[in-house]
Design a protein around this ligand. Structure first.
Ligand code: PBG
Length: 319
């Protein structure tokens, strides 16, 4: 391949720079070419409006995609959970690298775990999905908590705890891992308590659909299992006709019998943000071998959830 560096378009937030830097290293290993980071500012980075007001996390993605399509950069790295479920024809999802910790975590004052929070504890999160599941858990365990809508980068969010304004905030483990702050976690929330966002913990490496050489080179970083798992999770989200700011959680994992992987399980949840109603279901089937099979698993679970009233619980996107 030629000598000129590959240009990786990235947002300039700490999280984006960290994950782009890690992927840049991996890409230059597999391609033998240097990779340079090209910083791109997105509307979501400068706006103080809430995510729902500016149209969801898709705003973070659009500016990077525009730069790709204009040929200003060769590829981009996204947090998969921020990617809209519809893949544009002119862009290729060249690789989904192996997923890291998909869980949500608590960063609380005084090292407190979730179960140790006092009555009336104020917990910050901007995510209706997290609110719905935390409030449902509290209701079912005789706790009273107050979920408080916040947004901002990781520093800002953890800052609310350090300043004493909130008792705790909820964040994704993967993000804290990538920026080297995982030691500030005071509780890892099991996926049985809080199902993560579809695709949480996974990255997406995207480039122009007509760049076959680059697609092939980046494909070295693809993890086929992560890809089918997140495909099923995102298919569920799409079939519920929900966006990335909807109160929808989904997680696909493997069920093994000893060392032998038997099946894939897909779990999904939708709920009201106050936690008074949750529709939570799971389905299990053969590990999908194709994109279409993974899509089908997501659609099947969505149909069952819709039959149980899921559609009526998704009107809360404004939170
Ligand atoms: N909502 C923004 C966002 N997008 C991706 C991550 C974390 C990394 C990931 O889930 O892959 C975060 C931060 C968070 O939710 O705490």
């Amino acid at each position: 391949m030629s000598e000129h560096p590959l240009r990786l378009g990235t947002r300039r937030s700490k999280l984006a720079m960290a994950q782009s830097g890690q992927v840049a290293d991996a890409v230059s290993q597999v391609t033998g070419r240097p990779v340079e980071l090209v910083e791109i500012t997105t509307y979501g980075d400068t706006s103080r409006e809430s995510l729902a007001q500016i149209g969801g996390t898709g705003v973070f993605v659009t500016a990077l995609r525009d730069a790709l399509l204009r040929g200003e950069v060769d590829f981009a790295v996204h947090s998969l959970k921020d990617l809209p479920t519809a893949q544009p024809d002119d862009l290729a999802l060249a690789a989904v690298p192996v997923r890291e910790d998909p869980r949500d975590v608590l960063v609380a004052r005084d090292g407190l775990a979730f179960a140790q929070l006092p009555d009336g504890a104020r917990i910050g999160t901007g995510s209706p999905r997290r609110m719905a599941q935390l409030n449902a858990y509290a209701r079912n365990h005789g706790m009273t908590i107050e979920t408080v809508a916040i947004r901002g980068n990781v520093d800002t969010r953890i800052g609310y705890v350090r300043s004493g304004e909130l008792d705790a905030v909820v964040l994704a483990a993967a993000g804290l891992n990538r920026i080297g702050r995982i030691d500030e976690v005071t509780d890892f929330l099991p996926v049985d308590t809080v199902l993560p966002a579809p695709g949480q913990g996974a990255l997406a490496i995207e480039c122009a659909a007509d760049n076959a050489d680059l697609i092939a080179a980046l494909g070295e970083l693809d993890d086929p299992f992560t890809r089918v798992a997140v495909t099923a999770e995102r298919s569920l989200l799409a079939a519920l006709e929900a966006g990335c700011s909807a109160p929808v959680g989904a997680f696909a994992d493997l069920l093994a019998d000893g060392q032998i992987v038997k099946e894939m399980r897909l779990r999904g949840v939708v709920g009201t943000t106050d936690g008074s109603t949750l529709v939570q279901l799971s389905t299990t089937g053969p590990v999908p071998e194709t994109h279409d099979q993974a899509m089908e698993l997501g659609r099947e679970l969505a149909a069952e959830m819709l039959a149980k009233g899921a559609a009526g619980l998704m009107g809360e996107r404004a939170l």
